[in-house]
Design a protein around this ligand. Structure first.
Ligand code: ACK
Length: 220
């Protein structure tokens, strides 16, 4: 790899510590198990299987490698604003620093499973100003959401679906919430679970998961 490429990663983000990744994956598996056990979920199972029969959710979603929360997708310097982001003083300053990500919700759609990240003030300093705006063409209304709304950890995708979809799916749910969509809510052990139609399930965690992560970059 030439120098130019090495200093221009595919993306920047917070990378969860390995021990924490195992815990989060276990939480995610447990979430899917508890969903499958719910009558309300079984009522809408055809969103996932296309048929009125049991879908094995754990088999349905495929893992996407190292668990992380993307701040900026730089695409080896080719993405819009990539060079500016990389050169930011705060990015240089906090590169390699460790902080705690607060995972405040888990969600699934027929395409993706992910965890919502509630970013701290300090963490928001690393958040690009246009992260939500950039999604507007895919998710109408996204640009009006607060900065950091797109913050997420992709836990898995259906075969053939790219990880970028997870953030779009989260934004779509947040737009519905902002528009006052009530959905069908119920209390389960882990928190409040809401169904927003079209296979969109959102679990607001009673106790957010604190996940240690380091701010860094990845090349593939
Ligand atoms: O799960 P993610 O946030 O979604 O982490 C991966 C990471 O970059 C490496 O592929 C994210 N990603 C891919 N394309 C884009 C894009 N156009 N905008 C924002 N994030 C992206 C993907």
């Amino acid at each position: 790899k030439c120098h130019e490429e090495m200093s221009s990663p595919l993306y920047f983000g917070w990378f969860l510590f390995f021990t924490v990744q195992d815990e989060v994956r276990e939480t995610s598996t447990n979430f899917l198990k508890s969903l499958e056990g719910l009558e309300s979920f079984q009522k809408h199972i055809s969103d996932f299987s296309g048929k009125e029969e049991k879908a094995d959710l754990d088999q349905y979603f495929k893992a996407k490698g190292t668990l992380h929360c993307t701040t900026k997708f730089t695409n080896y310097g080719k993405a819009e604003g990539a060079k500016e982001y990389t050169a930011k003083q705060i990015v240089q300053e906090l590169y390699g620093s460790v902080s705690e990500l607060s995972l405040s919700a888990l969600f699934i759609t027929p395409r993706t499973i992910g965890a919502r990240v509630a970013l701290s003030e300090e963490q928001l300093k690393l958040w690009p100003d246009d992260a939500e705006k950039e999604a507007e063409s895919v998710v109408p209304g996204a640009s009006a959401l607060p900065l950091g709304s797109r913050g997420h950890v992709t836990l898995g995708c259906v075969e053939g679906v790219e990880a970028v979809q997870t953030g779009y799916d989260l934004l779509q749910i947040l737009v519905l919430q902002k528009n006052g969509e009530q959905g069908e809510a119920e209390e389960i052990d882990a928190g409040t679970l809401t169904y927003y139609g079209e296979g969109r399930w959102y679990l607001s965690l009673k106790e957010p998961i604190s996940a240690a992560a380091s701010f860094s970059s990845a090349y593939k």
